[in-house]
Write a protein that binds this ligand. Structure first.
Ligand SMILES: [Zn+2]
Length: 248
């Protein structure tokens, strides 16, 4: 589904557009001119990643033009399909330096799959396939890919190793915020080992300093204009020593 000249939404489940597997995060495809960049391929249950590829073809794009895949953070609804996507697309995979060993190992405890499976968020027989990571990113790493410039920011709080990206060079400036902040300034706190409120606040304050037009979150509504207002709302709650409204 073409959102803008630069962004296609090619997957998303019941907290998105309902165009691929029901637990999939928003799966974004960025048009860098000479090639495309896939962002978070979703959970990839069963044949769900084939649906994502069908959505890409339906937008008139040959999946062979996807040369890179960015993984924002290691939660399964974002990266479960990564190994399959890497094999089928033969693309280069990027993640944070901190998330890379976890993703390579398919470390289910580190990604809190053990607890998420126990409460029924994922099917009882679901396992995370390990995925090679080709390049590890740290704060302020800049990727020049075709027409686009992606700058990585370390934004932990929702979980360790979470990255957000400022994307410039397209039809407008985007913040690829993943699970940092959602519509209305909501955040996503969970009782998992690496979810931490003070770090969450620091991450929101960091992103608040960036200039961008559109917010591309990992779930729920997308803002193509004035996307920063959601970050400002979350920052305001944190600044008053409170906690923004939680999605759960
Ligand atoms: Zn997440």
């Amino acid at each position: 589904m073409k959102l803008t000249q630069t962004v296609h939404v090619v997957g998303g489940g019941r907290f998105g557009f309902g165009i691929s597997g029901s637990l999939d995060c928003h799966v974004y495809l960025l048009n860098a001119g000479s090639e495309y960049i896939l962002v978070d391929p979703g959970l990839g249950l069963g044949d769900d990643f084939s649906t994502v590829l069908d959505n890409i073809r339906a937008d008139g794009i040959d999946p062979k033009r996807i040369r890179r895949m960015i993984l924002t953070h290691y939660h399964c609804d974002h990266i479960g399909a990564a190994a399959e996507a890497r094999t089928r697309l033969d693309c280069e995979v990027f993640s944070s330096k901190l998330a890379a060993p976890v993703i390579r190992a398919g470390d289910e405890k580190a990604v809190s799959l053990d607890v998420a499976r126990a409460v029924g968020f994922y099917p009882a027989d679901y396992h995370l396939p390990p995925c090679p990571v080709d390049r590890e990113l740290v704060e302020n790493d800049t990727l020049q890919i075709g027409d686009l410039t992606l700058t990585a920011f370390e934004t932990p709080g929702h979980c360790d190793g979470h990255l957000s990206f400022l994307v410039s060079g397209g039809d407008r400036t985007y913040l690829l915020g993943a699970d940092l902040v959602f519509w209305g300034g909501r955040i996503l706190l969970q009782t998992i080992h690496d979810c931490r409120i003070p770090e969450y606040a620091e991450s929101v304050f960091k992103v608040e300093k960036l200039e961008f037009d559109a917010l591309l979150p990992g779930h729920l509504q997308i803002s193509l204009q004035e996307g920063k207002r959601h970050i400002l709302q979350a920052a305001q709650s944190f600044r008053q020593l409170g906690v923004p409204p939680n999605l759960m």
